[in-house]
Design a protein around this ligand. Structure first.
Ligand code: XMP
Length: 322
C-alpha cells in the first residue's frame, strides 16, 4: 500500500493543484476512455469538472440512480451540470441495489453490498460496454483514514485496503482528491468554477440513505427517511451547521394517532458542528426549531410517532448511524 501524503489546507494552492491534476489525468488516460459517477456532492462534482477539463469527451459521466438518493436528486444534478456544459447520463440501477440489500441488517454488510453492487455489477457492466479502462472518483483523505482506523468501511475505499480493482472489477481507479480533506475540496471546487450551492453543500455519504436506515433497507423504509431528510434539510439549512440529517430507527414505539394506539416509527434528528467530520458536536438548536421538526415529521411522514434529537458528540457517536 502506498502512503498517501495529505495536502494541508494552508499548503493548498487551488489553481496550481487543478493544473497539476489535469496534467496527471490526461497523461494517465492518454487516448483512452474514462468514466465517473457523479452523485451531486462536492467531491464527485469537483472530480467531474477536473475530469472534463482534462479529458473532454473522453470522460463519460453517469448519475447512478440507486434509489437511495435524496428527493429529486437525479433531475437536479443533470440540470445543474448541463448548465456547466457537462452531459450526465442517468443509469437506473434501483433494482440491483435493493436486491443486494434485501435481508441485510448488519451495518458493515450493508456497506459491503453497496460497494459490490456499485463497483462490480453496475460499473463492471458499464466498463465492459463502453470500453473504458479507468474510473475517476472523488475519494478524500478522511475516507481513507476512517477505513484504515477500522471505524467504518467507507464504500469507496478499495486499493488502500488491498483490493486490486483491475483484477476484481476490470478497471483502474484514479483518485485526484485523495490528498485533500473536505475544506480543501471546497476550495478546489470553487476554483473550478462550480456554483456556491455545490461547493458549500453539506456532505452526503456515498452509501446515501442506507447510512441512515437502521435495520433492513427496503424501498418503503428509504422513502420514509427520504421524506424526513427533506424536512430536516428545509428546517436546518439556515443553521449553517456542518451536516444535518434524519435517521430511521428499527424499533417501533407505541404512540397515539386519531385517539387510538399506533405502534409507529421513530425518527432521530442529528445536526453537527464539525471541521472535517473526524470529530463532531451536536448543534445547540433552539427548542422552537426542535418543536417544529417534531410537528412536521409526525404529521408529514406517514407512520412516525416519535422524534428524538441526538445530543452525543463524535466520538463515541459517528455522524451517520450506519
Ligand atoms: P461518520 O458517519 O463515519 O461520517 O462519522 C463521517 C463523514 O463521512 C460521511 N460518510 C461517508 N462518505 N462514503 C463517503 O464518501 C462513505 O461510505 C461514508 N460514510 C459516511 C458522513 O456523511 C460524514 O460527513
Amino acid at each position: 500500500m502506498t502512503k498517501i501524503e495529505e495536502i494541508k489546507l494552508e499548503d493548498l494552492k487551488p489553481k496550481k493543484f487543478i493544473e497539476q491534476k489535469i496534467n496527471e489525468i490526461s497523461s494517465i488516460i492518454g487516448s483512452g476512455l474514462a468514466i465517473n459517477a457523479l452523485s451531486g456532492g462536492v467531491d464527485s462534482s469537483a472530480v467531474t469538472m477536473l475530469g472534463h477539463k482534462a479529458l473532454g469527451e473522453k470522460l463519460k459521466t453517469y448519475f447512478i440512480d440507486n434509489g437511495l438518493m435524496r428527493q429529486d436528486e437525479p433531475g437536479y444534478v443533470v440540470t445543474l451540470f448541463k448548465k456547466l456544459g457537462v452531459h450526465v447520463e442517468i443509469l437506473d440501477a434501483k433494482k440491483e441495489f435493493f436486491n443486494a440489500l434485501k435481508g441485510l441488517t448488519d451495518p458493515e454488510e450493508k456497506r459491503e453490498a453497496i460497494t459490490q453492487t456499485f463497483y462490480k455489477n453496475v460499473f463492471g457492466q458499464l466498463v465492459k460496454k463502453s470500453g473504458a479502462k479507468f474510473l475517476l472518483q472523488g475519494t478524500i483523505y478522511t475516507d481513507v483514514e476512517e477505513t484504515i482506523a477500522g471505524i467504518k468501511r467507507q464504500h469507496n475505499i478499495l486499493e488502500q485496503i488491498g483490493i486490486n480493482t483491475e483484477e476484481s472489477f476490470g478497471y483502474k481507479v484514479i483518485e485526484p482528491l485523495i490528498q485533500l480533506r473536505k475544506t480543501g475540496v471546497r476550495e478546489v471546487a470553487k476554483a473550478l468554477g462550480l456554483p456556491e450551492k455545490v461547493y458549500k453543500r453539506p456532505p452526503f455519504p456515498g452509501p446515501a440513505l442506507v447510512a441512515r436506515v437502521i435495520g433492513e433497507v427496503t424501498p418503503e423504509r428509504v422513502e420514509t427517511v427520504r421524506k424526513a431528510t427533506k424536512i430536516v434539510e428545509e428546517e436546518l439549512s439556515d443553521t449553517k451547521a456542518f451536516q444535518y440529517l434524519a435517521i430511521l430507527h428499527e424499533d417501533r414505539v407505541t404512540g397515539i394517532r386519531d385517539g387510538k394506539r399506533d405502534f409507529g416509527l421513530q425518527i432521530e434528528v442529528r445536526c453537527w458542528e464539525s471541521k472535517d467530520a473526524l470529530k463532531g458536536t451536536p448543534t445547540r438548536l433552539p427548542y422552537d426549531t426542535l418543536d417544529k421538526l417534531a410537528q412536521r415529521l409526525t404529521t408529514e411522514v406517514a407512520g412516525v410517532v416519535s422524534v428524538t434529537y441526538n445530543i452525543t458528540k463524535k466520538p463515541p457517536s459517528t455522524i451517520e448511524a450506519v
